[in-house]
Design a protein around this ligand. Structure first.
Ligand SMILES: [Zn+2]
Ligand SMILES: [Zn+2]
Length: 456
């Protein structure tokens, strides 16, 4: 192959200053022959440079080629009785050879065989000092056809990995990420999390939504909690009733439970349920029978928690859960037992007063320890009451997301106004809350029933 004199002059000055392996040399001139493997391109350039060195009797270039490990130059110099010491490549220190990339990728493919995946991506880590040396060489020697170490390794690794596993390369949404560090000969294989969306029902008034955290360390783990980060609760949480069977089914390392809003320990969730997204990290499996999952949740919780409407989710679904919840209207059914009889007319007047009115709530006393004290204004859109007996009523409430319903009933010592307690002048003794669902913001016209709720 013919190599331009301009290129050979660059090869000469580069190799006289820095010993380079054939792959690194070839990479600096990659775009001249992009179809040629970098190592072959480098070997070809060294051959051409040697031919030129012999023609022009350039001993300095011959020595430089031999020092970089060019075999024919080494033989020639040795024949002439010149001692040759081959030096390590200044750029990659001998780490970025075809053999070493192959070894690393084979090990990664072996590890990946423990996971179910159909698509993958490859990333390569190149230490900063190598990157700066590379940039320095490219600019000082005018190497305008160069390719970076990172691109070179990534491209080759991608090709070998696809060949070994038969899976497709997909940089945008891979099910498995392969991360290579050829400089320390280490790699990581990371399956993307599996995200499952669905809705849950909670037929229990003693099941918290999330695990109770240790009072001392708030979940970090300490002596007091035996490094579990947990505190004994009255029951396993909804998050665990759903997450633990999933860990087993998907063969995952850990789970994160995202729900559309919260509910208290003693509030049931019925009707259309509350939306959630379950995120499973490092899953060994990605295709799992969702009916089987629902069955296991029911079994593990002994019927207290049910999941339905299950399907695949994305990050966007989690963001939507978090941001949209507060803007929606929630529907609750509340059973209240008062400490004294409440006449039906008094209850009707209280309902009329509250319907379409704005309630002012300071952060409830019961959550004050965990959240800052602030004033929020939320609207009660509708409220109806059915008398059960002279002290007991079933209320149905449609309220803004984020309205604290229990406080609307008992007033929280004047921190919520108005309240049923203040309007009726009677203390509620027992409040039983059930979340019935969420109304989409498109409230007028056809009310669309979806699910979920916020702080009750
Ligand atoms: Zn090298
Ligand atoms: Zn602790």
């Amino acid at each position: 192959m013919e190599v331009e004199g301009r290129v050979l002059r660059k090869v000469r000055s580069l190799l006289i200053d820095y010993p380079l392996c054939s792959r690194c040399l070839g990479r600096f001139f990659a775009l001249l022959r992009p179809e040629l493997p970098r190592q072959e391109n480098g070997a070809m350039l060294m051959d051409a440079a040697m031919g030129e060195a012999v023609r022009s009797d350039d001993a300095e270039l011959l020595r430089a080629l031999a020092r970089s490990g060019h075999p024919v130059s080494i033989d020639l110099l040795r024949e002439r009785g010149v001692e040759v010491v081959v030096e390590r490549c200044s750029l990659c220190r001998g780490k970025v050879s075809t053999e070493r990339i192959g070894e690393l990728v084979r090990a990664a493919a072996e590890k990946a065989s423990g996971y179910e995946f159909s698509t993958f991506s490859v990333g390569t880590f190149v230490p900063p000092h190598i990157r700066s040396l590379e940039d320095h060489l490219i600019s000082s020697y005018g190497l305008d056809s160069a390719e970076s170490v990172r691109r070179d390794v990534t491209r080759e690794a991608r090709r070998i990995f696809a060949q070994l596993t038969g899976r497709a390369f997909s940089p945008s949404n891979p099910e498995l990420e392969v991360l290579l560090d050829p400089f320390t000969s280490t790699f990581e294989v990371r399956p993307a999390p599996v995200m499952i969306r669905g809705r849950y029902l909670k037929h229990s008034r003693s099941t918290p939504q999330t695990p109770w955290l240790c009072d001392v360390c708030w979940g970090k783990g300490c002596d007091a909690c035996d490094y579990t980060g947990r505190r004994e609760g009255p029951d396993v949480s909804v998050a665990e009733y759903i997450g633990l069977p999933a860990l087993e089914l998907w063969g995952a390392m850990d789970f994160t439970f995202h729900a559309a809003g919260r509910e208290d320990l003693d509030a049931a969730v019925e009707g259309s349920g509350r939306p959630f997204v379950l995120e499973l990290s490092e899953p060994a499996r990605r295709t799992v029978d969702l009916e089987e999952f629902a069955r296991r949740v029911r079994e593990f919780s002994r019927g207290k928690v049910e999941v339905f409407d299950l399907g695949p989710a994305t990050r966007a679904d989690v963001r939507f859960l978090k941001t949209e919840t507060e803007r929606k209207r929630k529907v609750y059914s509340v059973r209240v037992v008062f400490s004294a009889p409440v006449p039906l007319e008094a209850m009707m007047r209280a309902c009329d007063r509250l319907r379409n009115s704005v309630v002012e709530q300071r952060t409830p006393t019961r959550v004050l320890r965990r959240r800052g004290d602030r004033l929020r204004r939320r609207t009660v859109h509708d409220v109806t009451a059915v008398q059960v007996d002279e002290r007991t009523y079933e209320l149905t409430l449609v309220v803004d997301g984020g309205l604290y319903v229990k406080e609307l009933i008992h007033g929280d010592n004047g921190r919520t106004t108005p309240s049923f307690r203040d309007l009726l002048g009677v203390e509620p003794e027992k409040i039983e809350l059930t979340v019935l669902g969420v109304l989409e913001p498109a409230w007028r016209g056809q009310a669309h029933w979806s699910a979920g709720a916020d702080s009750a």
